[in-house]
Ligand binder design. Sequence first.
Ligand code: LR7
Ligand code: MN
Length: 571
Amino acid sequence: PAAQGQPVIERPNFDQLRFQQRMQEDARLEIARLDAKRRIQKEMVVSITTRTPAMHIEQDKEPSVDRAPPDAPGEQGRAVSIDKEKLSAAERAKFEEGWNHNAFNEYASNMISLHRSLPDVRDVECLDIKYHTVLPDTSVIVVFHNEAWSVLLRTVYSVLDRTPAKLLKEIILVDDASTFDHLHKRLDDYVAIKFKKVKVVRAPQREGLIRARLLGASVATGDVLTFLDSHCEATKGWLEPLLDRIAQNWSNVVTPVIDVIEDGTFKFLYGSAKTTSVGGFDWNLQFNWHGIPEEERLRRETPVSPIRSPTMAGGLFSIDRKYFNHIGTYDRGMEIWGGENLEMSFRVWMCGGTLEIIPCSHVGHIFRKRSPYSWKSGVNVVKKNSVRLAEVWLDDYKKYYYERYNNNLGEYGDVSERKALRKRLQCKTFDWYIKNIYPSLFIPGEAMASGEIQNEVEAQCLDSPVDKNAHNKPVKLWPCHKQGGNQYWMLSKEGEIRRDEACMDFAGQFLMIYPCHGMKGNQHWEYTKSNELRHYHSGLCIELTKDQKIKMKTCDGSTRQKWLWHRQIPD
Ligand code: LR7
Ligand code: MN
């Protein structure tokens, strides 16, 4: 997922899934390729190191552990910029390998102190807040699969360095069957020598992040569980506001503001929490970010009061340990990655808890553009996980998700235990959740028309581009394929032509899609009685020109300006 604070709209349905499947496929191929490459390199390294031992020492050199001088690379969260072209061939190979293994710049990370300093990123209002003097303590649980050494240890040190000792019961590192060498004996030795509060727990086989977290939780003894991804940096004062909120009510599930550590430079980016985003989702069951809704803005007492969030990103949060168990931990049937964050979000809200973002708590996270590790072959795990959660929590609303797959759900295993949990906890309905917790969510069932939009003359359909963060991307023509996907549009009551959170938009130049803003304006359309798609503001109509292009033209009633929706609610 993209970064918090950026008004990024996760792009619609099939694109996203295709993108994700492609990403998985790419990751698998990548891993296979790297394994082969590594085998070859290993042989090479062996032959080189026997000749030049200096190289061997160079390879094992630790990134700086001592507190670094103020002008050292990356201090105060500054960027480390490396001109790859200036590196020697051998260094450049390491640079490339770092990116390949991790999907972030490990080479840059290795230049930065494991204790690097960060600015105090909190809003000034936070500095006056007094927290309870007696707070619960926490176990910090970090699951990892093939994490980079310096990145993993910087996560650990950032917690140790910036958490009052009495609040930190332990840090539990859960190894989800990593194959990287450095995560085995080297990690055990390091932990044994350097740390008192850090435990390493190992999953005997790859479990995925959900069951790995369950393993961590099962050995945790702190009052509160705090989950972090394995590539985070906690900032000054990050924990107290989280624990304080839980001390007030055990059913408060809280997340920090997630700042961005740039994948290429390790620059720590942050902004005022006053403009932070809250979590949402679309009908692909993809998590996304939104601005703080107006009602929530009005409800809050100060600009740094906790912000209710319909969903959470999933990686960074604190929860009372007993409440975690009470509310049903996680769904063990979920694999590898994905879906568990929405599942927990819906469950918490529907079963009596509260999900909040705490503006005075900031933790950085490395956002990357692809998943670097191998996924399960032959299974669309994100879909499987999402179907599981839809079956249990979405009631009738699940149909909007299933439509995307032509109701072909695939194998998703047994969810009867999760359904029993929902019953036992006497949770509210999904309809209640939508109406009370996420009223701004667009409901496809309320669409006036939906499906493909076909021209009356030719079997050509309006088609939106395959780009995750499409802003200003032109709407194109494509032969109608009846597969939904890029041709699945919805006409909202408000006159938007939507693909989930993306809207057809005409700003005077060309027809494009743009994140829906709900303010009509350039996104306001009228589907006329004579089947034209008329742009309200300009009065122009969408036309399929003779040279097979889309143009906005003066409405003239010609058949080239007539469009048929696949499904339409009769008026
Ligand atoms: O098989 C696996 N086993 C693991 O232990 C796969 C992953 N993992 C670990 C991995 O090493 C990492 O520590 O699980 C953690 C999350 O995986 P990432 O970092 O590859 O994924 P992500 O940052 O894109 O994941 C976000 O969405 C996930 C959905 O399942 C999880 O909820 C992640 O925790 C979540 N991360 C965040 O919320 C951080 C902020 C990102 C945003 C928005
Ligand atoms: Mn992550």
